[in-house]
Design a protein around this ligand. Structure first.
Ligand SMILES: Cc1cc2nc3c(=O)[nH]c(=O)nc-3n(C[C@H](O)[C@H](O)[C@H](O)COP(=O)(O)OP(=O)(O)OC[C@H]3O[C@@H](n4cnc5c(N)ncnc54)[C@H](O)[C@@H]3O)c2cc1C
Length: 578
Protein backbone atom coordinates (compact mmCIF):
# COMPACT_ATOMS: atom_id res chain seq x y z
CA UNK A 1 0.00 0.00 0.00
CA UNK A 2 1.29 3.49 -0.88
CA UNK A 3 1.33 5.92 1.97
CA UNK A 4 1.28 9.55 1.03
CA UNK A 5 2.39 12.45 3.09
CA UNK A 6 -0.64 14.20 4.53
CA UNK A 7 -1.46 17.61 3.06
CA UNK A 8 -1.07 20.14 5.82
CA UNK A 9 -4.57 21.13 6.90
CA UNK A 10 -3.71 24.78 6.92
CA UNK A 11 -5.42 26.20 3.88
CA UNK A 12 -1.90 26.84 2.67
CA UNK A 13 0.49 25.02 0.42
CA UNK A 14 3.48 22.71 0.65
CA UNK A 15 4.23 21.71 -2.92
CA UNK A 16 4.13 24.42 -5.51
CA UNK A 17 5.25 24.88 -9.09
CA UNK A 18 5.21 27.52 -11.83
CA UNK A 19 7.06 30.75 -12.47
CA UNK A 20 5.08 32.40 -9.68
CA UNK A 21 4.07 35.99 -9.19
CA UNK A 22 6.33 38.90 -8.55
CA UNK A 23 5.44 40.43 -5.23
CA UNK A 24 6.60 43.80 -3.93
CA UNK A 25 9.16 43.80 -1.12
CA UNK A 26 9.05 46.42 1.59
CA UNK A 27 12.16 47.56 3.43
CA UNK A 28 12.87 46.83 7.07
CA UNK A 29 13.19 50.03 9.07
CA UNK A 30 14.56 49.92 12.61
CA UNK A 31 11.69 50.70 15.01
CA UNK A 32 12.42 53.59 17.40
CA UNK A 33 11.49 51.39 20.41
CA UNK A 34 14.52 49.20 19.76
CA UNK A 35 16.64 51.67 21.69
CA UNK A 36 14.01 52.95 24.13
CA UNK A 37 14.64 52.34 27.83
CA UNK A 38 10.95 52.03 28.74
CA UNK A 39 8.26 50.53 26.44
CA UNK A 40 6.24 53.09 24.45
CA UNK A 41 2.45 52.75 24.69
CA UNK A 42 0.35 52.86 21.48
CA UNK A 43 -3.45 53.15 21.24
CA UNK A 44 -3.69 50.32 18.67
CA UNK A 45 -1.25 47.63 17.55
CA UNK A 46 -2.32 45.44 14.65
CA UNK A 47 -0.49 42.13 14.38
CA UNK A 48 -0.60 40.75 10.83
CA UNK A 49 -0.56 42.55 7.49
CA UNK A 50 -2.78 40.26 5.42
CA UNK A 51 -5.95 41.56 3.78
CA UNK A 52 -7.68 41.88 7.19
CA UNK A 53 -4.96 43.70 9.13
CA UNK A 54 -4.23 46.01 6.21
CA UNK A 55 -7.92 46.88 5.75
CA UNK A 56 -8.15 47.79 9.43
CA UNK A 57 -4.94 49.82 9.23
CA UNK A 58 -6.22 51.67 6.17
CA UNK A 59 -9.63 52.33 7.77
CA UNK A 60 -7.99 53.67 10.93
CA UNK A 61 -5.58 55.81 8.92
CA UNK A 62 -8.51 57.28 7.02
CA UNK A 63 -10.20 58.15 10.31
CA UNK A 64 -6.99 59.75 11.57
CA UNK A 65 -6.25 57.11 14.24
CA UNK A 66 -2.61 56.44 15.05
CA UNK A 67 -1.67 52.75 14.98
CA UNK A 68 1.26 50.41 14.48
CA UNK A 69 0.99 47.37 12.20
CA UNK A 70 3.61 44.64 12.43
CA UNK A 71 4.11 41.75 10.01
CA UNK A 72 6.74 39.05 10.15
CA UNK A 73 7.08 39.07 6.36
CA UNK A 74 8.39 41.79 4.03
CA UNK A 75 5.76 41.43 1.33
CA UNK A 76 2.04 41.05 0.68
CA UNK A 77 0.47 37.71 -0.21
CA UNK A 78 2.09 34.54 1.05
CA UNK A 79 5.80 33.79 0.72
CA UNK A 80 6.20 31.58 -2.32
CA UNK A 81 3.73 33.84 -4.15
CA UNK A 82 0.80 31.56 -3.62
CA UNK A 83 -2.63 32.10 -5.05
CA UNK A 84 -5.42 32.53 -2.52
CA UNK A 85 -8.45 34.85 -2.62
CA UNK A 86 -9.80 35.86 -6.01
CA UNK A 87 -13.47 36.92 -5.71
CA UNK A 88 -14.30 40.19 -3.96
CA UNK A 89 -17.90 41.00 -3.12
CA UNK A 90 -19.87 44.16 -3.65
CA UNK A 91 -19.75 44.96 0.07
CA UNK A 92 -15.93 44.64 0.11
CA UNK A 93 -15.70 46.74 -3.05
CA UNK A 94 -17.88 49.40 -1.40
CA UNK A 95 -15.54 49.39 1.61
CA UNK A 96 -12.50 49.62 -0.67
CA UNK A 97 -14.15 52.57 -2.44
CA UNK A 98 -14.40 54.41 0.87
CA UNK A 99 -10.77 53.58 1.55
CA UNK A 100 -9.74 55.00 -1.83
CA UNK A 101 -8.50 51.87 -3.61
CA UNK A 102 -11.58 50.76 -5.55
CA UNK A 103 -10.47 52.47 -8.78
CA UNK A 104 -7.17 50.59 -8.70
CA UNK A 105 -8.95 47.28 -8.07
CA UNK A 106 -11.47 47.91 -10.87
CA UNK A 107 -8.71 48.85 -13.31
CA UNK A 108 -6.69 45.72 -12.56
CA UNK A 109 -9.40 43.14 -11.86
CA UNK A 110 -12.11 41.43 -13.89
CA UNK A 111 -15.82 42.09 -13.36
CA UNK A 112 -18.22 39.21 -13.64
CA UNK A 113 -21.86 38.60 -12.84
CA UNK A 114 -22.79 35.42 -14.74
CA UNK A 115 -22.17 32.04 -13.15
CA UNK A 116 -22.85 28.67 -14.80
CA UNK A 117 -22.85 25.29 -13.13
CA UNK A 118 -22.44 22.01 -14.96
CA UNK A 119 -22.77 18.33 -14.11
CA UNK A 120 -21.31 16.01 -16.71
CA UNK A 121 -22.06 17.59 -20.10
CA UNK A 122 -25.22 19.35 -18.90
CA UNK A 123 -25.64 22.86 -17.59
CA UNK A 124 -27.78 22.53 -14.48
CA UNK A 125 -27.92 26.07 -13.21
CA UNK A 126 -26.94 29.61 -14.15
CA UNK A 127 -27.42 33.06 -12.69
CA UNK A 128 -26.73 36.69 -13.53
CA UNK A 129 -26.12 38.68 -10.37
CA UNK A 130 -26.93 41.93 -12.18
CA UNK A 131 -30.49 40.74 -12.57
CA UNK A 132 -30.81 40.20 -8.83
CA UNK A 133 -32.34 43.09 -6.90
CA UNK A 134 -29.86 42.99 -4.05
CA UNK A 135 -26.93 43.76 -6.36
CA UNK A 136 -27.91 46.08 -9.16
CA UNK A 137 -28.29 49.47 -7.48
CA UNK A 138 -24.85 49.86 -5.95
CA UNK A 139 -22.18 51.93 -7.66
CA UNK A 140 -19.89 48.89 -7.27
CA UNK A 141 -20.30 45.74 -9.39
CA UNK A 142 -21.50 42.45 -7.84
CA UNK A 143 -18.00 40.94 -7.95
CA UNK A 144 -14.47 41.63 -9.09
CA UNK A 145 -11.92 38.88 -9.51
CA UNK A 146 -8.39 39.85 -8.67
CA UNK A 147 -5.45 38.11 -7.01
CA UNK A 148 -5.57 38.85 -3.27
CA UNK A 149 -2.00 40.18 -3.13
CA UNK A 150 -2.91 43.03 -5.51
CA UNK A 151 -5.54 44.30 -3.07
CA UNK A 152 -3.07 43.98 -0.21
CA UNK A 153 -0.48 45.92 -2.23
CA UNK A 154 -3.00 48.70 -2.99
CA UNK A 155 -3.85 48.88 0.72
CA UNK A 156 -0.16 49.28 1.62
CA UNK A 157 0.20 52.13 -0.90
CA UNK A 158 -2.90 53.82 0.44
CA UNK A 159 -1.84 53.50 4.09
CA UNK A 160 1.48 55.09 3.17
CA UNK A 161 -0.37 57.94 1.44
CA UNK A 162 -2.68 58.52 4.42
CA UNK A 163 0.02 58.64 7.07
CA UNK A 164 -1.03 57.90 10.67
CA UNK A 165 -0.30 54.14 10.61
CA UNK A 166 3.28 52.94 11.05
CA UNK A 167 3.81 49.79 8.91
CA UNK A 168 6.62 47.64 10.27
CA UNK A 169 7.84 44.76 8.08
CA UNK A 170 9.94 41.86 9.38
CA UNK A 171 8.57 42.46 12.87
CA UNK A 172 7.42 39.16 14.38
CA UNK A 173 5.31 38.93 17.52
CA UNK A 174 6.97 36.39 19.79
CA UNK A 175 5.55 37.16 23.23
CA UNK A 176 2.44 38.67 24.75
CA UNK A 177 0.94 39.54 28.10
CA UNK A 178 -1.92 41.79 29.17
CA UNK A 179 -3.44 43.34 32.27
CA UNK A 180 -6.53 45.45 32.86
CA UNK A 181 -4.88 48.60 31.49
CA UNK A 182 -2.62 47.59 28.63
CA UNK A 183 -0.92 44.75 26.77
CA UNK A 184 2.82 44.21 26.30
CA UNK A 185 4.13 42.74 23.07
CA UNK A 186 7.56 41.27 22.47
CA UNK A 187 8.65 41.71 18.87
CA UNK A 188 11.60 40.20 17.05
CA UNK A 189 13.29 41.99 14.15
CA UNK A 190 16.48 41.50 12.12
CA UNK A 191 18.03 44.26 14.28
CA UNK A 192 17.02 42.76 17.63
CA UNK A 193 14.05 42.30 19.95
CA UNK A 194 11.98 45.07 21.50
CA UNK A 195 8.81 45.48 23.57
CA UNK A 196 5.93 47.83 23.16
CA UNK A 197 2.69 48.46 25.00
CA UNK A 198 -0.77 48.72 23.47
CA UNK A 199 -4.20 49.77 24.69
CA UNK A 200 -5.83 47.61 22.01
CA UNK A 201 -4.27 44.67 20.17
CA UNK A 202 -5.68 43.33 16.93
CA UNK A 203 -4.96 39.72 16.13
CA UNK A 204 -4.98 39.56 12.33
CA UNK A 205 -2.31 36.85 12.14
CA UNK A 206 -4.46 34.45 10.12
CA UNK A 207 -5.25 30.79 10.63
CA UNK A 208 -2.01 29.99 12.54
CA UNK A 209 -2.60 32.77 15.05
CA UNK A 210 -0.01 32.55 17.84
CA UNK A 211 -2.17 34.84 20.00
CA UNK A 212 -5.01 32.37 19.83
CA UNK A 213 -2.70 29.70 21.26
CA UNK A 214 -1.18 31.90 23.94
CA UNK A 215 -4.60 33.14 25.04
CA UNK A 216 -5.96 29.60 25.00
CA UNK A 217 -8.95 30.77 22.98
CA UNK A 218 -11.67 28.09 22.74
CA UNK A 219 -12.87 27.31 19.21
CA UNK A 220 -14.80 24.71 17.23
CA UNK A 221 -13.05 22.93 14.41
CA UNK A 222 -14.02 20.61 11.60
CA UNK A 223 -11.80 19.05 8.96
CA UNK A 224 -12.39 16.62 6.13
CA UNK A 225 -10.46 14.68 3.50
CA UNK A 226 -11.43 16.88 0.52
CA UNK A 227 -8.34 17.82 -1.53
CA UNK A 228 -7.96 20.38 -4.31
CA UNK A 229 -5.23 21.58 -6.60
CA UNK A 230 -5.06 25.11 -8.04
CA UNK A 231 -3.58 25.86 -11.45
CA UNK A 232 -3.11 29.55 -12.31
CA UNK A 233 -2.55 29.61 -16.06
CA UNK A 234 -2.48 31.75 -19.21
CA UNK A 235 -4.03 30.26 -22.36
CA UNK A 236 -3.60 30.59 -26.08
CA UNK A 237 -7.43 30.56 -26.25
CA UNK A 238 -9.90 32.42 -24.07
CA UNK A 239 -12.72 30.66 -22.27
CA UNK A 240 -15.71 32.90 -21.39
CA UNK A 241 -15.26 35.47 -18.61
CA UNK A 242 -18.15 33.95 -16.65
CA UNK A 243 -17.66 31.91 -13.51
CA UNK A 244 -17.94 28.24 -14.49
CA UNK A 245 -18.21 25.46 -11.95
CA UNK A 246 -18.58 21.75 -12.55
CA UNK A 247 -19.97 19.57 -9.80
CA UNK A 248 -19.01 16.55 -11.84
CA UNK A 249 -16.48 17.33 -14.56
CA UNK A 250 -16.04 14.56 -17.16
CA UNK A 251 -12.45 15.80 -17.68
CA UNK A 252 -11.65 15.48 -13.94
CA UNK A 253 -12.81 11.93 -13.17
CA UNK A 254 -16.25 13.33 -12.40
CA UNK A 255 -14.95 15.51 -9.62
CA UNK A 256 -15.55 19.24 -9.23
CA UNK A 257 -13.74 22.00 -11.11
CA UNK A 258 -13.86 25.82 -10.75
CA UNK A 259 -12.82 28.19 -13.50
CA UNK A 260 -12.35 31.95 -13.02
CA UNK A 261 -10.55 34.71 -14.86
CA UNK A 262 -8.37 36.99 -12.71
CA UNK A 263 -6.12 39.97 -13.41
CA UNK A 264 -3.26 39.81 -15.96
CA UNK A 265 -5.24 37.38 -18.14
CA UNK A 266 -4.55 34.58 -15.66
CA UNK A 267 -7.17 31.84 -15.27
CA UNK A 268 -7.59 30.20 -11.93
CA UNK A 269 -8.64 26.56 -12.31
CA UNK A 270 -9.30 24.59 -9.12
CA UNK A 271 -9.48 20.81 -9.53
CA UNK A 272 -11.02 18.62 -6.88
CA UNK A 273 -8.79 15.60 -6.23
CA UNK A 274 -9.41 12.14 -4.94
CA UNK A 275 -9.63 12.06 -1.13
CA UNK A 276 -6.14 11.74 0.32
CA UNK A 277 -4.54 12.42 -3.07
CA UNK A 278 -0.78 12.87 -2.86
CA UNK A 279 -0.25 16.66 -2.86
CA UNK A 280 3.24 16.38 -4.33
CA UNK A 281 2.05 14.26 -7.24
CA UNK A 282 -1.06 16.32 -8.12
CA UNK A 283 0.93 19.55 -8.28
CA UNK A 284 3.71 18.12 -10.49
CA UNK A 285 3.91 20.16 -13.70
CA UNK A 286 3.46 17.20 -16.10
CA UNK A 287 0.41 16.02 -14.13
CA UNK A 288 -1.09 19.52 -14.15
CA UNK A 289 -0.49 19.89 -17.89
CA UNK A 290 -2.18 16.57 -18.53
CA UNK A 291 -5.23 17.68 -16.51
CA UNK A 292 -5.39 20.96 -18.42
CA UNK A 293 -5.10 19.15 -21.75
CA UNK A 294 -8.01 16.90 -20.78
CA UNK A 295 -10.15 19.99 -20.13
CA UNK A 296 -9.04 22.33 -22.93
CA UNK A 297 -7.80 19.92 -25.60
CA UNK A 298 -4.30 18.69 -26.45
CA UNK A 299 -3.45 21.65 -28.69
CA UNK A 300 -4.03 24.44 -26.24
CA UNK A 301 -0.91 26.42 -25.33
CA UNK A 302 -0.70 26.86 -21.58
CA UNK A 303 1.70 28.96 -19.52
CA UNK A 304 1.67 27.79 -15.93
CA UNK A 305 1.89 30.76 -13.59
CA UNK A 306 1.47 29.00 -10.30
CA UNK A 307 0.28 25.61 -9.00
CA UNK A 308 -0.47 24.51 -5.45
CA UNK A 309 -2.59 21.90 -3.64
CA UNK A 310 -4.82 22.70 -0.71
CA UNK A 311 -6.98 21.08 1.90
CA UNK A 312 -9.30 23.09 4.12
CA UNK A 313 -10.78 23.10 7.55
CA UNK A 314 -13.46 25.19 9.19
CA UNK A 315 -12.98 26.84 12.56
CA UNK A 316 -14.77 29.41 14.64
CA UNK A 317 -13.77 30.88 17.98
CA UNK A 318 -16.35 31.21 20.75
CA UNK A 319 -15.58 34.89 21.29
CA UNK A 320 -13.80 37.46 19.14
CA UNK A 321 -12.55 39.56 22.05
CA UNK A 322 -10.22 38.39 24.81
CA UNK A 323 -9.35 41.21 27.15
CA UNK A 324 -7.55 43.84 25.11
CA UNK A 325 -7.23 41.53 22.08
CA UNK A 326 -9.68 41.55 19.17
CA UNK A 327 -9.52 38.58 16.83
CA UNK A 328 -10.37 39.17 13.20
CA UNK A 329 -10.15 37.53 9.78
CA UNK A 330 -8.77 33.99 9.69
CA UNK A 331 -7.56 34.18 13.28
CA UNK A 332 -11.22 34.26 14.36
CA UNK A 333 -12.67 31.84 11.82
CA UNK A 334 -11.47 29.73 8.96
CA UNK A 335 -13.87 28.72 6.22
CA UNK A 336 -13.57 26.61 3.10
CA UNK A 337 -12.95 28.72 -0.01
CA UNK A 338 -16.40 28.01 -1.52
CA UNK A 339 -18.40 31.23 -1.66
CA UNK A 340 -15.46 33.63 -1.24
CA UNK A 341 -16.15 34.23 2.43
CA UNK A 342 -12.67 34.13 4.01
CA UNK A 343 -11.08 37.35 2.83
CA UNK A 344 -14.35 39.19 2.32
CA UNK A 345 -15.48 38.61 5.89
CA UNK A 346 -12.02 39.62 7.17
CA UNK A 347 -12.52 42.92 5.35
CA UNK A 348 -15.95 43.28 6.98
CA UNK A 349 -14.49 42.47 10.44
CA UNK A 350 -11.96 45.26 9.94
CA UNK A 351 -14.54 47.76 8.69
CA UNK A 352 -16.74 46.96 11.69
CA UNK A 353 -14.09 47.52 14.34
CA UNK A 354 -12.34 50.50 12.73
CA UNK A 355 -15.02 53.13 13.26
CA UNK A 356 -15.77 51.84 16.77
CA UNK A 357 -12.11 52.09 17.80
CA UNK A 358 -11.91 55.54 16.22
CA UNK A 359 -15.06 56.70 18.05
CA UNK A 360 -13.90 55.33 21.41
CA UNK A 361 -10.32 56.63 21.10
CA UNK A 362 -11.68 59.99 19.91
CA UNK A 363 -13.87 60.27 23.02
CA UNK A 364 -17.09 60.18 20.98
CA UNK A 365 -18.30 56.77 22.16
CA UNK A 366 -18.15 54.73 25.33
CA UNK A 367 -15.68 51.83 25.51
CA UNK A 368 -18.62 49.39 25.79
CA UNK A 369 -19.30 50.02 22.10
CA UNK A 370 -16.33 47.73 21.40
CA UNK A 371 -18.35 44.81 22.83
CA UNK A 372 -20.71 45.09 19.88
CA UNK A 373 -17.83 43.97 17.59
CA UNK A 374 -18.19 40.52 19.11
CA UNK A 375 -22.03 40.59 18.95
CA UNK A 376 -22.00 41.45 15.27
CA UNK A 377 -18.98 39.75 13.81
CA UNK A 378 -19.23 36.50 15.77
CA UNK A 379 -22.77 36.10 14.52
CA UNK A 380 -21.50 36.76 10.98
CA UNK A 381 -18.61 34.30 11.45
CA UNK A 382 -21.01 31.58 12.56
CA UNK A 383 -23.32 32.21 9.61
CA UNK A 384 -20.38 32.02 7.21
CA UNK A 385 -19.01 28.84 8.75
CA UNK A 386 -22.44 27.26 8.55
CA UNK A 387 -23.02 28.25 4.90
CA UNK A 388 -19.56 27.13 3.74
CA UNK A 389 -19.78 23.84 5.64
CA UNK A 390 -23.01 23.06 3.80
CA UNK A 391 -21.30 23.68 0.46
CA UNK A 392 -18.31 21.58 1.50
CA UNK A 393 -20.67 18.70 2.33
CA UNK A 394 -22.38 19.04 -1.04
CA UNK A 395 -19.04 18.98 -2.88
CA UNK A 396 -17.60 16.12 -0.86
CA UNK A 397 -20.64 14.25 0.41
CA UNK A 398 -20.29 11.46 2.90
CA UNK A 399 -21.29 8.07 1.56
CA UNK A 400 -24.94 7.28 2.29
CA UNK A 401 -27.63 9.92 2.68
CA UNK A 402 -25.47 12.91 1.69
CA UNK A 403 -24.32 11.29 -1.54
CA UNK A 404 -27.85 10.11 -2.31
CA UNK A 405 -29.22 13.61 -1.77
CA UNK A 406 -26.61 15.07 -4.10
CA UNK A 407 -27.33 12.56 -6.86
CA UNK A 408 -31.06 13.25 -6.53
CA UNK A 409 -30.50 17.04 -6.55
CA UNK A 410 -28.35 16.90 -9.70
CA UNK A 411 -30.80 14.60 -11.46
CA UNK A 412 -33.78 16.78 -10.57
CA UNK A 413 -32.01 20.07 -11.37
CA UNK A 414 -31.28 18.89 -14.91
CA UNK A 415 -35.06 18.50 -15.44
CA UNK A 416 -36.83 20.89 -13.06
CA UNK A 417 -35.99 24.52 -12.27
CA UNK A 418 -37.24 24.23 -8.66
CA UNK A 419 -34.42 21.79 -7.84
CA UNK A 420 -31.67 24.16 -9.01
CA UNK A 421 -31.69 25.87 -5.64
CA UNK A 422 -30.51 22.57 -4.15
CA UNK A 423 -27.29 22.65 -6.19
CA UNK A 424 -24.68 24.14 -3.91
CA UNK A 425 -21.30 24.95 -5.45
CA UNK A 426 -20.87 27.90 -3.10
CA UNK A 427 -23.27 30.55 -1.84
CA UNK A 428 -21.45 33.76 -2.70
CA UNK A 429 -20.66 35.97 0.28
CA UNK A 430 -23.12 38.72 1.21
CA UNK A 431 -23.06 41.53 3.75
CA UNK A 432 -24.17 39.68 6.89
CA UNK A 433 -27.07 41.37 8.68
CA UNK A 434 -26.67 41.97 12.43
CA UNK A 435 -29.64 40.59 14.29
CA UNK A 436 -28.38 40.61 17.90
CA UNK A 437 -26.22 43.64 18.50
CA UNK A 438 -26.22 45.80 21.60
CA UNK A 439 -25.41 48.76 19.31
CA UNK A 440 -28.55 48.43 17.15
CA UNK A 441 -32.13 49.34 18.09
CA UNK A 442 -34.55 46.68 16.93
CA UNK A 443 -37.99 48.29 16.95
CA UNK A 444 -40.81 46.42 15.23
CA UNK A 445 -40.56 46.62 11.43
CA UNK A 446 -37.22 48.39 11.67
CA UNK A 447 -34.32 47.58 9.35
CA UNK A 448 -31.68 47.86 12.09
CA UNK A 449 -28.64 45.70 11.40
CA UNK A 450 -29.02 45.72 7.59
CA UNK A 451 -26.24 46.91 5.31
CA UNK A 452 -26.94 49.96 3.12
CA UNK A 453 -25.86 49.60 -0.51
CA UNK A 454 -23.75 52.34 -2.05
CA UNK A 455 -26.60 53.71 -4.19
CA UNK A 456 -26.63 57.00 -6.04
CA UNK A 457 -28.67 60.21 -5.54
CA UNK A 458 -28.47 63.87 -6.62
CA UNK A 459 -26.79 66.57 -4.62
CA UNK A 460 -28.72 69.82 -4.21
CA UNK A 461 -26.99 71.23 -7.32
CA UNK A 462 -27.98 68.21 -9.43
CA UNK A 463 -24.53 66.54 -9.38
CA UNK A 464 -24.39 62.78 -8.77
CA UNK A 465 -23.47 61.51 -5.34
CA UNK A 466 -23.58 58.18 -3.51
CA UNK A 467 -23.88 56.81 0.01
CA UNK A 468 -20.09 56.54 0.37
CA UNK A 469 -19.82 60.28 -0.36
CA UNK A 470 -22.16 60.91 2.56
CA UNK A 471 -20.23 58.54 4.85
CA UNK A 472 -16.96 60.23 3.87
CA UNK A 473 -18.50 63.63 4.52
CA UNK A 474 -19.67 62.41 7.95
CA UNK A 475 -16.00 61.53 8.62
CA UNK A 476 -16.62 58.76 11.15
CA UNK A 477 -19.71 60.33 12.75
CA UNK A 478 -23.18 58.82 12.58
CA UNK A 479 -25.42 59.90 9.73
CA UNK A 480 -29.12 60.63 10.13
CA UNK A 481 -30.96 60.55 6.82
CA UNK A 482 -34.38 62.16 7.12
CA UNK A 483 -36.81 61.34 4.37
CA UNK A 484 -39.65 63.72 3.46
CA UNK A 485 -40.90 66.99 5.02
CA UNK A 486 -40.01 67.93 8.54
CA UNK A 487 -42.23 69.80 11.00
CA UNK A 488 -40.44 72.91 12.32
CA UNK A 489 -40.10 71.43 15.83
CA UNK A 490 -38.48 68.27 14.44
CA UNK A 491 -36.05 70.33 12.44
CA UNK A 492 -35.01 72.19 15.54
CA UNK A 493 -34.60 68.95 17.52
CA UNK A 494 -32.40 67.56 14.75
CA UNK A 495 -30.20 70.68 14.71
CA UNK A 496 -29.77 70.42 18.48
CA UNK A 497 -28.85 66.73 18.19
CA UNK A 498 -26.16 67.46 15.61
CA UNK A 499 -24.67 70.05 17.95
CA UNK A 500 -24.75 67.78 21.01
CA UNK A 501 -23.68 64.42 19.53
CA UNK A 502 -21.22 63.13 16.89
CA UNK A 503 -24.02 63.05 14.31
CA UNK A 504 -24.47 64.65 10.89
CA UNK A 505 -27.89 64.90 9.29
CA UNK A 506 -29.12 65.18 5.72
CA UNK A 507 -32.64 65.70 4.44
CA UNK A 508 -33.57 63.41 1.54
CA UNK A 509 -36.19 64.84 -0.80
CA UNK A 510 -38.02 63.33 -3.76
CA UNK A 511 -38.21 65.02 -7.15
CA UNK A 512 -40.15 67.96 -5.76
CA UNK A 513 -40.42 69.10 -2.16
CA UNK A 514 -38.83 72.21 -0.74
CA UNK A 515 -35.59 71.82 1.16
CA UNK A 516 -35.82 72.74 4.83
CA UNK A 517 -32.35 71.74 5.88
CA UNK A 518 -29.16 73.24 4.55
CA UNK A 519 -27.75 69.74 3.99
CA UNK A 520 -30.18 68.07 1.59
CA UNK A 521 -30.11 65.75 -1.40
CA UNK A 522 -32.66 64.52 -3.93
CA UNK A 523 -33.58 60.89 -4.40
CA UNK A 524 -35.85 61.02 -7.48
CA UNK A 525 -35.91 57.26 -8.03
CA UNK A 526 -36.14 56.31 -4.37
CA UNK A 527 -32.88 54.34 -4.45
CA UNK A 528 -31.60 55.88 -1.22
CA UNK A 529 -34.90 55.23 0.50
CA UNK A 530 -34.84 51.64 -0.74
CA UNK A 531 -31.21 51.10 0.29
CA UNK A 532 -32.11 52.27 3.80
CA UNK A 533 -35.07 49.85 3.81
CA UNK A 534 -37.34 52.76 4.65
CA UNK A 535 -40.65 51.90 3.11
CA UNK A 536 -43.52 54.22 2.28
CA UNK A 537 -43.95 57.09 -0.11
CA UNK A 538 -43.53 60.80 0.27
CA UNK A 539 -44.56 62.80 2.19
CA UNK A 540 -44.19 60.03 4.80
CA UNK A 541 -41.62 60.96 7.38
CA UNK A 542 -38.94 58.49 8.16
CA UNK A 543 -35.34 58.47 9.33
CA UNK A 544 -32.45 56.07 9.05
CA UNK A 545 -29.46 56.13 11.38
CA UNK A 546 -26.50 55.01 9.27
CA UNK A 547 -23.20 54.01 10.89
CA UNK A 548 -19.78 54.76 9.40
CA UNK A 549 -19.55 51.12 8.20
CA UNK A 550 -22.70 51.56 6.12
CA UNK A 551 -24.93 49.54 8.45
CA UNK A 552 -28.24 50.76 9.84
CA UNK A 553 -28.20 51.27 13.61
CA UNK A 554 -31.94 52.01 13.60
CA UNK A 555 -34.80 53.33 11.52
CA UNK A 556 -37.91 55.19 12.64
CA UNK A 557 -40.59 57.66 11.69
CA UNK A 558 -40.54 60.71 13.89
CA UNK A 559 -37.63 62.78 15.17
CA UNK A 560 -38.26 62.06 18.82
CA UNK A 561 -36.78 60.39 21.89
CA UNK A 562 -36.51 57.12 19.95
CA UNK A 563 -33.89 58.61 17.66
CA UNK A 564 -32.00 60.04 20.64
CA UNK A 565 -32.04 56.63 22.34
CA UNK A 566 -30.89 54.92 19.13
CA UNK A 567 -27.96 57.32 18.78
CA UNK A 568 -26.95 56.72 22.39
CA UNK A 569 -27.16 52.97 21.94
CA UNK A 570 -25.08 53.03 18.78
CA UNK A 571 -22.36 54.89 20.68
CA UNK A 572 -22.36 52.47 23.61
CA UNK A 573 -23.94 55.08 25.91
CA UNK A 574 -26.85 52.82 26.94
CA UNK A 575 -25.55 49.69 28.60
CA UNK A 576 -28.05 47.37 26.93
CA UNK A 577 -27.27 43.72 26.50
CA UNK A 578 -27.65 42.26 23.00
C1 LIG B 1 -7.47 28.38 -2.19
C2 LIG B 1 -8.06 29.53 -1.50
C3 LIG B 1 -8.96 30.35 -2.17
C4 LIG B 1 -9.56 31.42 -1.53
N1 LIG B 1 -10.44 32.21 -2.23
C5 LIG B 1 -10.98 33.29 -1.62
C6 LIG B 1 -11.80 34.20 -2.33
O1 LIG B 1 -12.02 34.05 -3.53
N2 LIG B 1 -12.30 35.27 -1.67
C7 LIG B 1 -12.04 35.47 -0.35
O2 LIG B 1 -12.54 36.46 0.19
N3 LIG B 1 -11.25 34.65 0.35
C8 LIG B 1 -10.70 33.57 -0.25
N4 LIG B 1 -9.86 32.76 0.45
C9 LIG B 1 -9.61 33.03 1.88
C10 LIG B 1 -8.60 34.15 2.10
O3 LIG B 1 -7.43 33.92 1.37
C11 LIG B 1 -8.29 34.25 3.61
O4 LIG B 1 -9.48 34.22 4.32
C12 LIG B 1 -7.54 35.55 3.92
O5 LIG B 1 -6.25 35.53 3.39
C13 LIG B 1 -7.43 35.79 5.42
O6 LIG B 1 -6.79 37.02 5.61
P1 LIG B 1 -6.13 37.40 7.00
O7 LIG B 1 -5.57 38.77 6.79
O8 LIG B 1 -7.14 37.21 8.08
O9 LIG B 1 -4.97 36.35 7.23
P2 LIG B 1 -3.64 36.09 6.36
O10 LIG B 1 -3.85 36.45 4.93
O11 LIG B 1 -3.23 34.70 6.67
O12 LIG B 1 -2.59 37.13 6.94
C14 LIG B 1 -1.97 36.94 8.19
C15 LIG B 1 -0.73 37.84 8.27
O13 LIG B 1 -0.20 37.76 9.58
C16 LIG B 1 1.21 37.70 9.50
N5 LIG B 1 1.67 37.02 10.74
C17 LIG B 1 1.39 35.77 11.16
N6 LIG B 1 1.97 35.52 12.35
C18 LIG B 1 2.63 36.64 12.70
C19 LIG B 1 3.42 37.02 13.84
N7 LIG B 1 3.67 36.17 14.84
N8 LIG B 1 3.94 38.26 13.87
C20 LIG B 1 3.73 39.14 12.86
N9 LIG B 1 2.99 38.84 11.77
C21 LIG B 1 2.45 37.61 11.70
C22 LIG B 1 1.50 36.93 8.23
O14 LIG B 1 2.78 37.24 7.69
C23 LIG B 1 0.39 37.44 7.31
O15 LIG B 1 0.78 38.55 6.54
C24 LIG B 1 -9.25 31.68 -0.19
C25 LIG B 1 -8.33 30.88 0.49
C26 LIG B 1 -7.73 29.82 -0.15
C27 LIG B 1 -6.73 28.99 0.60
Amino acid sequence: MTTYRETALTNSYEFTAGAGYELPEYPFVEPPELHATTPVRHPVVIVGGGITGLTLACSLARLGVRAVLIDEDNTVGVKGASSRGICYTQKSLEIFERLGIFERIAAKGVQWSVGRTFAGDDEVYSFDLRQQGQYHLSQQPPFINIQQFYIEGFLVERIQELGPVDLRWQNRLTGFEQNADFATLTIETPAGTYRLEAEHVIDATGSHSPLRKWLNVPFDSRRGDDRWCIADVRFSTHPPQERHTWIEAPFNENRAVWQHLMADDVWRIDYQMAPNADPEYVSREDVVRERLARQFGPDVQVEIVWVGPYAYRSECVHAMRHGRVFLMGDSAKVVSPFGARGGNTGVADADNLAWKLAAVLGGKADATLLESYNDERLDAARQNVCVTNRTARFLRPADGTERLFRQAAIGLAKQHPFARALINTGRMAVANPYARSRACTYAAASAAGQSVQNVGFEWADGAQGDVNDLLNWAGGDLLVLVFGDLPAAALQRLRRLCLDAPVRSVQVLGTNGAAQALEHVRDPQGHLRGACHVLGQEPDHAWALVRPDGYLAATGETINAQLVAAIERSLGLRGNQP
